[in-house]
Design a protein around this ligand. Structure first.
Ligand code: SF4
Length: 282
């Protein structure tokens, strides 16, 4: 098993603090706008404790509203506060750093490129923060979407880059290689967080000596999906959410001699433990 598999410090902090807030404020309603972490088992557990996950905060309600580790647009935080909710900001410190770097680039009149998935809440929040200071802020999810901005980049000359904390380093490398010849000033902040970098490196090492890699975590979790994508280039890889999903891969597991296991930042320890036990049993 990869050493850094499972909860990262940002996710651990978000889950533990949210539970603590509910325990200390039993009479108040506690809301989370969007999933606290991308794991349905944890969301169910929070729900049973009375911590409600919603897409939109209900009207005529009050209570505590948690800003999850992905962060939130400042305008949205103000809107929630104005409605009378008490906001507790649990944005991961590494995500805050990306927001600050993007703001800095926007203030220094760089054309800001945020590398990541446009619809991911972390990227939405980084974008919203930087756009307060400049209109020249763009989300780039791959080389094709960067190419569409070529004229703008050439015209602006100063280009600044940040990247979603859970992205692959390969995306940053590919984007820089394209930008170097067409921009006269290029400022790059590698904002992939340490936890993601370590997790990806350890998993890659493990994959080199494994016939099969099992990646455990939510299908909607960005960092888990990236892990599986990276490992598929090295060895045979499957992405599962729980031990039950192993049933359809029984033959593959039986055929494999060395099996490596890793997990995303939002995968709880007990789910990883169950997966390992089931693999051993098979
Ligand atoms: S993956 Fe990185 S940025 Fe995201 S919560 Fe964990 S430590 Fe923070």
């Amino acid at each position: 098993m990869a050493q850094s598999a499972g909860f990262c410090y940002g996710v651990k902090r978000a889950v533990e603090t949210t539970k603590k807030i509910k325990a200390e404020n039993a009479s108040k309603k506690v809301w989370v706008l969007g999933e606290l972490i991308h794991n349905s088992h944890v969301i169910k557990e929070l729900d049973e404790m009375g911590i409600m996950t919603v897409d939109v905060l209900p009207e005529n309600e009050t209570g505590i509203c948690i800003v999850r580790s992905h962060g939130m647009a400042p305008q949205k935080i103000k809107e929630i506060t104005d409605k009378g909710f008490e906001v507790v900001d649990l944005t991961c410190l590494d995500v805050k750093k990306v927001q600050q770097k993007a703001i800095q680039l926007a203030q220094e009149d760089f054309l800001v490129l945020i590398l990541g998935k446009p619809e991911h809440p972390e990227v939405v929040a980084i974008n919203a923060n930087a756009r307060i200071y400049s209109e020249n802020v763009f989300v780039v999810q791959d080389l094709d979407s960067l190419k569409e901005l070529t004229d703008k980049i050439k015209a602006h000359k100063r280009v600044g880059v940040v990247i979603q904390t859970t992205q692959k380093i390969e995306l940053l490398e590919e984007i820089i290689a394209y930008l170097l010849p067409i921009s006269s000033e290029l400022k790059v902040f590698n904002t992939i967080c340490k936890s993601t970098t370590m997790r990806q490196q350890e998993a890659k090492e493990l994959a080199k000596t494994s016939d099969l890699m099992v990646v455990v975590g939510g299908k909607n979790s960005a960092n888990t999906t990236h892990l599986a994508e990276i490992l598929k280039d090295i060895t045979s890889t499957i992405h599962i959410e729980t031990a039950d999903d192993l049933d359809e891969f029984k033959n593959l597991i039986e055929k494999s001699e060395n099996i490596g296991v890793t997990a995303g930042a939002s995968t709880p320890e007990n789910i990883i433990k169950n997966v390992i036990e089931k693999i051993e049993k098979i």
